[in-house]
Design a protein around this ligand. Structure first.
Ligand code: MN
Ligand code: MN
Length: 285
């Protein structure tokens, strides 16, 4: 089921605390493809860093981290969705899953699976509302990611941060349905800390799932994404979100990294943030 490949310091064979899963699916991308190469680019970049995460005083080589490799997902979104859910059979109970995308459509099946076994709210970092009911002839498009998350009855709350793009229909839908979202301007004006505080109140859940669509970042920090959108979050903003949210996170995904469109800096940031998520979760628990 998995193709072998390894994130740095992910050498656990049993009783893993953190489990990485590559989900290299990009069949519904709307502008430019390439996120199927995201997981391996992130893994390769992960070897750039010291095993010691100095900010948290945590050495990742002391932790039990397991990398299951890449799922074989093909190009049918329905089958990919099933395969992602089936992968949970390989994730030990109590371990925190970290999925490496792939496009944003990988997130709803992950959230569904986690929400079925524990009470969670969802925080999404994204430039886009992703509230379309359908796009390009499929309800499973990455342009529908947040809409599909909101369809999951077990999800207790939702808020997105970094928003600066959507159709007029999506903005209207968000207003009508009172969907919580925070723009990148709001983060710039009030600071990520303040926005997170409000978002956590809106989500109203002790445990959250964190989904990071990498186009939440400004293209200056993350040019290697499928749909770059100017006036975005800084790498410092996303780091702060991870520091605050990791201790209460039931899981994480990092999606939409398309390494073909830059000189490696987006995957490097993705790898660093995945490592900081692990360190922050262990240090702050
Ligand atoms: Mn998205
Ligand atoms: Mn996006």
């Amino acid at each position: 089921m998995f193709q072998l490949s390894n994130f740095a310091d992910a050498n656990a064979s049993e009783e893993a605390e953190f489990v990485l899963v590559g989900a290299p699916f990009d069949a519904t991308t709307s502008f430019r493809p390439g996120t199927r190469c995201g997981p391996d680019a992130i893994r390769q970049a992960s070897y750039n860093f010291e095993t010691f995460e100095s900010r948290y005083g945590i050495d990742l080589s002391d932790l039990r981290i397991l990398d299951l490799g890449n799922l074989e997902l093909g190009s049918d979104p329905g089958l990919a969705c099933e395969a992602i859910q089936d992968s949970f059979a390989f994730i030990p109970e109590g371990a925190t899953p970290i999925f490496l995308g792939g496009e944003h459509s990988i997130t709803p099946p992950i959230v569904k699976k986690i929400a079925q076994s524990s009470e969670i709210g969802v925080i999404v970092l994204d430039a886009h509302l992703d509230l379309r009911d359908e796009y390009g002839g499929t309800k499973m498009s990455h342009a529908c990611a947040s809409r599909r998350i909101l369809d999951i009855p077990e999800v207790k709350g939702y808020a997105s941060i970094g928003i600066r793009s959507g159709s007029s229909e999506e903005y209207l839908y968000a207003k009508e349905q009172a969907i919580h979202y925070h723009t990148s301007e709001e983060v710039r004006e009030k600071g990520m800390g303040q926005v997170l505080k409000v978002a956590l109140e809106e989500v109203g859940c002790k445990r959250i799932y964190l989904s990071i669509d990498f186009d939440c970042l400004d293209p200056v920090y993350a040019p290697g994404v499928g749909n770059p959108e100017p006036f975005g979050l800084t790498s410092w903003d996303v780091r702060e979100a991870i520091e605050v949210l990791a201790p209460r996170a039931a899981g994480l995904d990092i999606n939409e990294i398309a390494p073909q469109y830059d000189s490696g800096q987006t995957a490097i940031l993705g790898a660093k943030l995945a490592r900081e998520f692990i360190a922050a979760k262990v240090a702050r628990m």
